[in-house]
Design a protein around this ligand. Structure first.
Ligand SMILES: [Ca+2]
Ligand SMILES: [Ca+2]
Length: 186
């Protein structure tokens, strides 16, 4: 049984799942009836200075692989249709570049401002982590808090603390758009 996290909870992956090397970070959402919008998952791999070591450590639909080969986006989903993961990130926790201390997982609505889209048009958003080798679901965080006016949400972050990877169910809504996050971390 996967551990179910609530907003603000954390999970020490290294301590509780010492055999987990290759993680699948699955992100899912559904659209409320009558809506059509495109959500995009992005991963910012940042160092202790709070920055991407280089631009290519932002992994998203236009840059599917991190230069260290450790993080891979499996591709853009434009509809969110279906109960399974809508966008997926593969992360090899063992081969992540040494100076990366934080992995931020953001989901943003494509062209939200122009199209007047927001998370109020969505339902059943979640993030989960699976063990690729055993296909076991390790943890899951359903974003049950409402984000009716937000256009982007930090679903979670995985931090390296004392050489242990810890997942935080952050669930921080914002209206920055992907560019806003890039301005902070690039
Ligand atoms: Ca998408
Ligand atoms: Ca879906």
């Amino acid at each position: 049984m996967a551990i179910i996290l609530k907003k603000g909870n954390s999970f020490n992956i290294t301590k509780k799942e010492p055999t987990l090397k290759k993680a699948l970070i699955g992100l899912g959402w559904d659209l409320k009836e009558g809506n059509a919008l495109d959500l995009d998952a992005s991963v910012f791999m940042i160092n202790s200075k709070g920055k991407l070591p280089q631009d290519e450590y932002l992994i998203f639909y236009n840059n599917l692989n991190s230069p260290d080969g450790a993080v891979k986006h499996t591709g853009d989903n434009r509809t969110g249709i279906g109960d399974d993961d809508d966008e997926m990130i593969l992360a090899n926790l063992e081969t992540i570049r040494e100076d990366i201390t934080e992995i931020l997982i953001i989901v943003s609505i494509h062209d939200a401002e122009v199209r007047r889209h927001n998370f109020g048009m969505l339902t059943d958003a979640y993030i989960r982590i699976m063990d690729v080798e055993t296909k076991r679901e390790i943890l899951r965080y359903d974003l049950d808090a409402e984000y009716p006016t937000n256009t982007d949400i930090e679903f979670g972050r995985i931090k390296k603390e004392n050489n242990e990877w810890i997942f935080y169910a952050s669930g921080i809504g914002a209206n920055k758009s992907l560019e806003g996050y890039i301005n902070i971390y690039a």
